[in-house]
Design a protein around this ligand. Structure first.
Ligand code: KDG
Ligand code: MG
Length: 408
């Protein structure tokens, strides 16, 4: 069996999805996702200029050897762009492998450990009351877990994860007005004074059963993160996400010494070498890597297995940084992984998105159910794709009030 062609598409409804389609001499094709927010043309160029020519003629069934060929062959290891490119190839090869077997992908991992995978939605509000409305909306839809972010009174501009204005399917992450990012102002002191009380009010309003998650988006220093984690302990969060920039992994020791709040980290990681110490030292409770940013299924499975040895559960990234192809790959891992925790899920299912990526995967009562179609169980409509093209967009950056650049 040989790979005969590989095509790269950039675009999508309200997003710059980077889609790889690998075709074979047996008429079977596989799909991969190389989307990376704000840098989409770069993974597309890496695929087109280097990866595609090197795929032609290879046997797609040798996914491990192909992964090693690209990873070791690059000489310069890791990095988000390269690992996202390798991920797209790897997803497409697993898609082909499972289609050859005539099985849904999860069967190649060891079958189902659960029927549906718990997901969490993003509730957001410009203020706490707006956020409460947003949470109610998701609870009414049957979600059992919700990430909550709201504006902080007095904060000079809207901050990370906070949407201004009403509406439930708000894309507040990428700004498509151009490649020059918007700059936001962040004030740690205001956040630290306001947010623990706001989270406590949410717990009071929604009762003990709702799983409440909160994302700090790397904004606190280690000591501040320890203080914040202690302050929110009575809320019984499902997790506190990215309390510090996780480049400094030892920083989490301080937080761990002061609090038992579950910690989730990893959406910016791109290899096992970014998180092996965090996992082995049991400094986190959830690993947040995304299959599409961490070298694909082959590499993600190594992380999941390492995590399982250390009581760390999965909480794969699922922001609109990933196309439904990555979400499908994660859905197969989620129904299999013995140490599955939760899946981030931002409603992708607009009619335009479903037309571009048809599938039988579905969400019901806050659980994601995976399709039993062979492979990833998702397709890509090239005719629909012709309607879209690349739109320049960017993620915001954050500064302190005195102009110091801060963590987004
Ligand atoms: O590309 C950046 C987004 O994926 C990020 O801002 C989303 O923090 C995020 C999350 O938890 O989904
Ligand atoms: Mg996050």
């Amino acid at each position: 069996m040989k790979i005969t062609s590989a095509k790269v598409f950039v675009g999508g409804p309200g997003k710059n999805y980077v889609t790889l389609k690998i075709e074979t001499d047996q008429g079977i094709h596989g799909l991969g996702d190389a989307t990376i927010n704000g840098r989409e043309t770069l993974t597309a160029a890496y695929l087109q200029d280097y990866t595609v020519p090197n795929l032609i003629g290879k046997d797609p069934r040798n996914s491990e050897d192909i992964w090693q060929f690209f990873y070791r062959g690059a000489y310069f290891r890791r990095g988000p762009l390269a690992m996202t490119v390798f991920a797209a190839v790897d997803m497409a090869l697993w898609d082909i492998k499972a289609k050859i077997a005539g099985l849904p992908l999860y069967q190649l991992f060891g079958g189902k450990s659960r029927e549906g995978a718990l997901v969490y939605a993003h509730a957001t509000g410009s203020d706490l009351e707006d956020l409460m409305d947003s949470i109610s909306y998701y609870v009414e839809q049957g979600y059992k877990a919700v990430r909550v972010q709201c504006g902080v009174p007095g904060m000079p501009s809207a901050s990370y994860g906070v949407s201004e204005g009403k509406g439930q399917n708000r894309n507040y992450i990428t700004d498509f007005s151009g490649i020059i990012p918007k700059e936001e102002i962040w004030d740690t002191d205001l956040y630290m004074r306001y947010m623990p009380g706001a989270l406590a009010e949410i717990r009071d309003r929604f009762g003990p059963d709702l799983k409440i998650l909160h994302d700090v988006h790397h904004r606190l220093l280690p000591r501040e993160a320890a203080e914040f984690a202690k302050a929110v302990e009575p809320v019984r969060l499902y997790w506190l996400e990215d309390p510090t920039p996780a480049d400094d992994q030892d920083a989490l020791r301080l937080l761990r010494q002061h609090s038992t709040v579950p910690i989730a980290i990893g959406e910016v990681f791109n290899s096992i070498w970014d998180c092996n110490k965090l996992i082995e030292n049991e400094l986190i409770d959830f690993i947040r890597v995304a299959v599409s940013h961490v070298g694909g299924i082959t590499h993600a499975r190594r992380i999941v297995d390492l995590a399982a040895m250390h009581h760390v559960r999965t909480g794969f990234h699922g922001a609109p940084s990933h196309s439904p192809i990555c979400m499908a790959a994660q859905a197969h891992l989620n129904v299999w992984a013995p140490n599955f925790g939760i899946q981030e899920y931002l409603v992708l299912g607009t009619p335009e998105c479903d037309a571009l990526f048809p599938s039988e995967h579905y969400l019901k009562d806050g659980l994601f159910h995976v399709s039993d179609a062979p492979g990833l169980g998702i397709d890509f409509d090239e005719k629909e794709a012709a309607r879209y093209s690349y739109k320049p967009g960017s993620l915001p950056v954050a500064r302190l009030e005195d102009g110091t650049l801060w963590n987004y």
